[in-house]
Ligand binder design. Structure first.
Ligand code: 5GP
Length: 172
């Protein structure tokens, strides 16, 4: 592992959290054929692990969002840059996100989805940084709360690096 990284959450603990979230989703959505929408690219590994543990029929889709404006922090001005391929109307949708930081990205996307008249929308996030939240968007299924550090690994990148790491790490 690169020397400037420290492990924050080991892959065994990520697996246990994924099992827990999948069991909760399975219980709540049994027989409802939910549509899980992953926000790319950061959610791709989490989504792949999660759906294989949800023991009820479901469908998946992905979107790519971009935050525009200056600075490293989410500006709240978000664009959908690759569109959904599955119809959302009357579906039970679960948005799958890697990190809820300020919450602005997810808030924007949930509002975008609601205009398409789904039967319901819930949010499943692998991690949340509560100290940085600027929105009240409810996280229905949460893996971990994390400190205000820049995290990478398990699908999450820094400048397209480190997505392949099995653990969630932070940059010192
Ligand atoms: P929000 O709109 O909630 O502030 O931003 C969410 C997005 O910001 C995440 O999907 C992710 O792309 C990026 N982000 C926020 N915190 C981190 C972090 O600690 N590490 C990485 N790699 N991206 C982050």
């Amino acid at each position: 592992m690169p020397s400037d990284l420290k492990i924050l959450i080991k892959h065994q603990d990520i697996s246990k959290a994924v099992d827990r979230l999948a069991a909760e989703i399975c219980k709540d959505y049994h027989g409802k054929n939910p549509l899980l929408i992953g926000i790319l690219k950061g959610s791709f590994i989490f989504m792949a692990d999660l759906v294989r543990k949800i023991n009820t029929p479901l469908q998946v889709d992905f979107v790519r969002l971009s935050s525009y404006g200056s600075g490293t922090e989410s500006s709240g001005k978000i664009k959908v840059i690759s569109k959904l391929t599955e119809p959302v109307k009357d579906r039970h949708v679960i948005v799958v996100e890697d990190i809820i930081d300020t919450g602005l990205t997810t808030q924007y996307f949930v509002e975008y989805l609601k205009r398409k008249k789904p039967a319901s929308v819930r949010l499943c996030a692998l991690t949340e940084k509560p100290s940085r939240r600027k929105t009240k968007t409810k996280i229905d299924y949460l893996g971990f709360t994390v400190p205000d550090k820049f995290i990478v690994g398990y699908g999450i990148d820094w400048d397209e690096k480190y997505r392949y790491l099995p653990d969630i790490c932070y940059i010192e």
